[in-house]
Design a protein around this ligand. Structure first.
Ligand SMILES: C[S@@+](CC[C@H](N)C(=O)[O-])C[C@H]1O[C@@H](n2cnc3c(N)ncnc32)[C@H](O)[C@@H]1O
Length: 323
């Protein structure tokens, strides 16, 4: 498996009426222990670059929050997992809160976990997620997602968009069928900037108006942050650039004024794939949802061309052919 995307039953929120169900433990501590035990059972099916996205909500008892996501975050670390991100799923709409003594709950946690020892060792395709969201910048760890309308009898589906984002960012499009390594993107900077940002649009206008060229662009990037005020004082790298590069960068700086830095960190485009040396064919990555419910994760994975597997105590008839 390359990725797990799942939402286990939250503690004491819904009784699925099955003797082996998770979520009915007597205390939050016992629940977290059971959940971490389940997680540890997944270790042997995960490839070294794999990630696990766990969506977890909290529970009120006697009027107060039990802090289940926070307890879980501590416990998984102690069990040897690494937490790459704690994403906050915000809901601009939700159920009304009848109690006058607290605010309506409008967020849940999504933990991005990995067993990789180094942050550069798990598969992470930031480019695919940003491109899907139509942005060049990092989309951040606050996701405003609309709760799903149920497409089935299942009572607790999660938004397809949640699974979509997790799969785009953490499930490889291509994995070597021989060694199991994922292919990663080769990216190259572009001259185009993000048209959704007014500063970028102005920077592009100035670039064209002043007849700046690709050579100017290359010079801006060569000089980079070392020419940006504070950076100049802190770094000593500027001297490494050839005189003509510095001249071109100075020309560009004069033309672009305060918009010079827009081109320093320009967006990138996909130019190819980088993989192993096996020469074997590749296959799409595989996503697992071990609490698949109505099968949201599986459907989205298939829409995105990935392999999908699912497990549940109760598998709806219409899903028996999908997983
Ligand atoms: C919150 S729902 C998942 C909803 C799912 N994300 C969807 O989109 O429909 C949790 C699921 O976990 C299942 N479940 C509960 N205990 C389980 C266990 N011990 N092993 C496997 N599945 C379990 C329940 O049957 C339920 O379908």
């Amino acid at each position: 498996m390359d990725l797990i995307v799942t939402s286990p039953p939250y503690w004491r929120r819904r009784n699925y009426g099955h003797p082996k169900q998770l979520g009915q433990e007597p205390t939050p501590e016992a629940y977290v222990e059971a959940l971490v035990e389940v997680l540890d059972g997944w270790r042997h099916v995960l490839r070294p670059h794999a990630s696990v996205f766990v969506n977890l909500g909290d529970t009120y008892r006697d009027g107060f929050l039990m802090g289940v996501p926070a307890r879980f975050e501590v416990a998984v670390r102690q069990a040897g997992w690494n937490v790459a991100n704690h994403i906050v799923w915000t809901k601009s709409v939700g159920r009304p809160e009848p109690r006058p003594y607290r605010l309506a709950s409008r967020h849940e946690a999504i933990f991005h976990l990995t067993l990789a020892r180094r942050a550069t060792h798990y598969f992470f395709d930031l480019f695919a997620l940003s491109a899907d969201l139509g942005r060049s910048a990092n989309p951040g760890d606050v996701w405003d997602l609309h709760p799903a309308r149920s497409r089935s009898d299942h009572i607790a589906p999660f938004p397809p968009e949640l699974a979509r984002r997790a799969i785009l960012v953490a499930c490889p499009e291509r994995v070597c069928t021989s060694c199991g390594r994922p292919f990663t993107r080769r990216l190259a900077p572009t001259a185009e900037l993000d048209p959704s940002r007014p500063q970028a649009v102005r920077a592009m206008e100035l670039f064209r108006q002043h007849g700046l060229t690709d050579a100017h662009l290359a010079a801006i990037r060569a000089v980079g942050i070392s020419d940006a005020g504070k950076g100049k004082a802190l770094q000593n790298g500027a001297g490494r650039n050839a005189e003509h590069v510095k001249e071109l960068a100075a020309e560009a700086k004069k033309a672009l004024g305060g918009y010079f830095r827009e081109f320093t960190f320009a967006p990138k485009r996909h130019v190819g794939w980088e993989g192993c040396d096996c020469g074997a064919p590749t296959t799409p990555g595989t996503v697992l949802d071990p609490f698949m419910g109505s099968g949201t994760t599986l459907r989205v994975a298939q829409e995105l061309g990935r392999h999908a597997r699912g497990v549940d105590l109760v598998v709806p008839d219409q899903l028996k052919t999908v997983h």
